[in-house]
Design a protein around this ligand. Sequence first.
Ligand SMILES: Cc1cc2nc3c(=O)[nH]c(=O)nc-3n(C[C@H](O)[C@H](O)[C@H](O)COP(=O)(O)OP(=O)(O)OC[C@H]3O[C@@H](n4cnc5c(N)ncnc54)[C@H](O)[C@@H]3O)c2cc1C
Length: 803
Amino acid sequence: MTLPSHARTIVIGGGVIGCSIAYHLARQGRKDIVVLERSKLTSGTTWHAAGLVRRLRPSATLTKLINYSIDLYGELERETGQATGWTQTGSLTLATNADRLTNIKRQVSLGRAFGLEAEVVDANRAKELWPLIETDDVIGAVWSPADGRVNPSDVALALSKGARARGVQIFEDTAVTELQKKAGRISGVEVGDHVIAADEVVIACGLWSREVAAMAGAHMPLYACEHFYILTKPLAEVQALGKGAHLPTLNDQDAFLYARDDVEGLLVGSFEPHAKGLPLDRLPKDFSFDLLDEDWDHFMPMMENALRRIPALERAEVRMLLNGPESFTLDSQFMLGESPEVPGLFLMGGMNSTGIALAGGAGKAMAEWIIAGEPTMELNEADIRRFSPEMNVLAALEARIPEVLGRHYDNPYPGRVMDSARGQRRSPIHAGLVAAGAQFEARGGWERAVHFGGEAAHFPLSFCAPAWRGQVGAEVAACRSGAAILDQSALGKIMVQGPDACALLNHLCAAQMDVPEGRIAYTQILNARGGIESDLTVQRHGSETYLLIAGAGEVVRVLKRMRETRGDFRVEFTDVTSGYAILGLAGAKARSVLQATSNTPVPDLKRFQFAPIEIGLARGWAGRLSFTGEEGYELYIPADMAMAAYEALLTAGASHAGLYASGSLRIESGFRAFGHELTPGTTPHEAGLDAFCAVGTGFVGEAALQDHTPARRIVSLLFDDPGAIPIHDEPVYFNGQVVGQVTSAAWSYRFGCSVALAMISGPPRIFCEKSFTADGTWGVEVEIACARYTARATLKPAKEAFQ
Ligand SMILES: Cc1cc2nc3c(=O)[nH]c(=O)nc-3n(C[C@H](O)[C@H](O)[C@H](O)COP(=O)(O)OP(=O)(O)OC[C@H]3O[C@@H](n4cnc5c(N)ncnc54)[C@H](O)[C@@H]3O)c2cc1C
């Protein structure tokens, strides 16, 4: 076979991910596909994976993707003649402390939202399921019968066989040495002197992906770590199970371990707390079916944990300590999608040690995205557009990624923070917030103040009432009756200028953008299916000048949409996020405090208006809108004057509030947030935001909204029992049936119990609140850690419906 000079789609990388993408592209009818593999298929990371496949995942998307993988891995042998080794062994997850038990019970409840059944069992039953374990310290466990394992190389080979049978050309020993672009779009690849022109290129190069993406100037923030498991020789206790019998996968997260039987012996792997990063230049250029050096000093603490849990290991002869490289991401979610910088270049990687389990479903999702030009299912949490180029800084990855691996088994408590790579992006008033005792969380590289009680009010973390409840209560009170500064400087800011600025924005945004100067419009950007791609406020500064304010994590996404939509519109747009601070000033005293900073009168503003303002020595502009639903302003100040404005506000009597306070008020006010209530799979009608759509202006997604009767809606929930602490994603039941999931939750200081927003499906009469009950609310139940709690639901904001 000779290398072609043109292909419709080139997939770079012949690991399980590249093979799955090529297979699914071909299966969906795409012709003229070429896979280029530097060495041999599976020779990177795929060949030495442990092959564990767990269905129970923290989100609907991941669970759906893995469920599809499992169905596919069961069928591939029939189609290709190549077995994948899929064996349904089930998995057993142990808890040795109360918080772990709560967490694994939370996962069971979450699974029920997606129809997955798992059972909470006691230590005796755990011992029956895994007879080799010591259970003295086990206080409970979860048995998930639907989990299993595969042979990773065989999965990749079956996929490649299926792909070849559908016409995909696979070239081994063919390294891509450069990527080519024409007018900014990907146009082909170089293999030494040979050029293959292509319409689309897909990078699936495992831990090498970041460097390959950089060949085209694209960012792909992932980084490799060393990843370990031991293999033992056959062990009498395992042999005693009988031929063909298997143990379930064992997860002992408190000891950082997982284990399974392997060729009559045991495989015991770890996500050790002090993981080892792996700079790429430590791998030889011809790394192929290779492993890294054993490191017993590093693994020994894990070995000791394993010996305590599985005493039979004392008698086992260790065959090898396998050390293989695997790549991880900043938020421990994989990434896929079209490069925001380079149209036609698709990227998938950073599989965080779940690449085998995800390959089937995620490969299909990627293939569909390539063909359709946009995601065909809810992929928001994995979408590459959540990463900005700043997050691709090597030093940040080197510092953070080992911690990501090391905290893989952490309990996901609210308020959990990473300790590494801190302080990358700081607000212009950061120093003031530090002095005021702020407790920060790093989000998207930004240091965000979550409350002002410092560490003393933050720890210990808990799934129950948090340590910061009193502190945040005081901040909420200030946001309502005082004047509290809420630093929102991390919000994205995009300046849009040009004769066609209004026309472009009216095409892009669902709301009417032809508003008078000095007005702010709230709008969503939709995709062609009518799903919400971003939500933002838009300020009109001049006939040809607008400023877009988007969520901190939405800038890359909005800019990509704008580039795609620009066409012949005469418009320039610039990311000016770093140029301005945004300070919310919330509360009944906001106006008087603002006035006390300056002798120039505070402008009289109606809601959604803005005007210039002086704040102490600084000048900027004030908008009359709030993140909290309380009285107040948003103050926009050039970064260099932000401290001057902040100091003047403090002198005039303002106090501080953090994100936890604004989150609680937001949810009480029923305000929707992107990534929670608003996602690319949610329409404005489902989100209750159809009033913000200017039907008739021809905006992207408008056609899809015509005759759209939503079968699901966002509702507000108020819990009856103050002991109910929902966090996110908990299943909601109506008449005993799962009807949806919680999308945001917080403690309500107004009501003295938890308040939440949830997306629920239901018969239209549920949504027609007046006809349902006299007060427009109805009863539901929410399952939290396997316990059901009653709550009242309403289409209105909680603070209006439940007064
Ligand atoms: C110890 C260990 C245990 C694991 N256990 C599990 C598990 O139990 N379950 C699970 O789901 N996952 C597990 N994983 C993770 C899983 O192995 C990976 O997520 C998965 O194999 C990644 O597949 P990939 O195709 O992205 O990468 P790879 O398999 O590394 O494939 C990438 C390919 O790209 C090729 N390539 C690179 N650069 C170029 C170039 N310039 N031109 C052409 N080709 C190029 C490479 O040669 C390589 O073959 C484990 C990983 C490790 C290390």
